[in-house]
Ligand binder design. Sequence first.
Ligand code: GLN
Length: 494
Amino acid sequence: MSHETALALRARLNAGETTSEEVVRPLLERARSLERLNIFIHLDPERILDQARAIDAQRKAGAPLGPLAGVPVAIKDVLCVEGEPTTCGSRMLRTFRSPYDATVIARLKAAGAVRFGKTNMDEYAMGSSTENSAYGPTLNPWDESRVPGGSSGGSAAAVAAGVAPLALGSDTGGSIRQPAAFCGVVGLKPTYGRVSRYGLIAYASSLDQVGPFAHDLADTALLLGVIAGRDPHDSTSVDERVPDYLGTLDLPPESLRIGVVREFFGDGLDAEVAGAVQEAIKVYEQAGATIREVSLPHSKYGIPAYYIVAPAECSSNLARYDGTTYGHRAEDFSPRHPGEEDLAPMVRMMMASRAEGFGAEVKRRIMLGTFALSAGYADQYYNKALQVRRKIRGDFDAAFREVDVLLGPISPTPAFKLGERTADPLAMYLSDIYTITANLAGIPGISIPCGLTREKLPIGLQLLAAPFAEEKLLRTARVFERATDWHLRRPGLV
Ligand code: GLN
């Protein structure tokens, strides 16, 4: 069954009604028949079948099994998997094979999951549509003329298309939540520090987090529970107890005070998206929630602050791709421009490797970040952006003294057409206007399906909570999921 949840699958596996191999085969078949969607950068059927058979053998031998034993999980190609290709959507890493596992991958392995392919993404996770991938865009399973969102577009599409019940993505400014909304699945960005970033290829290290995609909240809770927790390899991961997210999911929230974010309903918000979110507010009212309007006055500075902080960090993180240690190395580095004859061949090699290996958006961000950090400008741009960031966090801290959860849309519009925003970086950046502040503040956020437009495009509802309140976030989201059936809608793929 293509859209079966991970928990349903697990129940059938545990009951001995099926094997992981029997689960995985039709999914590989489905992935092949949907190749036109370009969901995967890398999919090795033999390797996947080997993993499934290994788990089946362990089960047969009566070995103790992990919570995801035999369950397929698609992996965004930003995560390192030992011995397997990890391209990060870039030409730079086209032939790179990671020598080690990211901690989240090690945890998936320990949980018995079958790692089901590496999914397509915007190059180095920079983008909102997956069109910045060096391997071509992913198509939205609901409407193949539209983008799936980004940067984790392949992971969101994998779940929406019923190719894998679970997927991992990463969210630096919205890259889990926005594609989840565009593809009609659940996507959760954990608190900064909740999940290890070890082996997650760095884009903006103070913002990046790994998180789950799933059909529903129970599966989301299951996968979050597997990947969350302190990791000695990542000093920014926090030693906070990991609650039993799945076990507590159906407990009613202790209190249900919901703040509707005034600034998330401004100009540019699509009427159908606004309407669906208003309906969601009514659902919460009927469930007995107290609803009040809340203001986050510094939200309007979110996009400008993010587009200083993220490129600044990216310009530093991406300095390592210079053709010397790993990644693309230019073969021809003869002088290309006047004056280059005087440069050492080594320097020309680095310049040519970067010129060939990186795409246009990555180069734009490296230049923006280098400029914002340069002597004489750092105070004006980078340090100012950090001050704004603290103000944004202050707005959230104040709001969470009054309410349990904040509510709003994920993105101003539903999935847009392929090519519609590629020529206009600012229009592309604005699709993250409601998601970016959570990353700047480090707080957890979730997208859950809350409607369909007249054209049958999914709409996502955003809920945000205080740091490390993922349990509350999930339980509050579950109140909505229980009262509605949006999470059961599927694209009419053939
Ligand atoms: N769209 C945003 C960007 O381009 C966020 C990307 C992300 O969350 N990785 O930077």
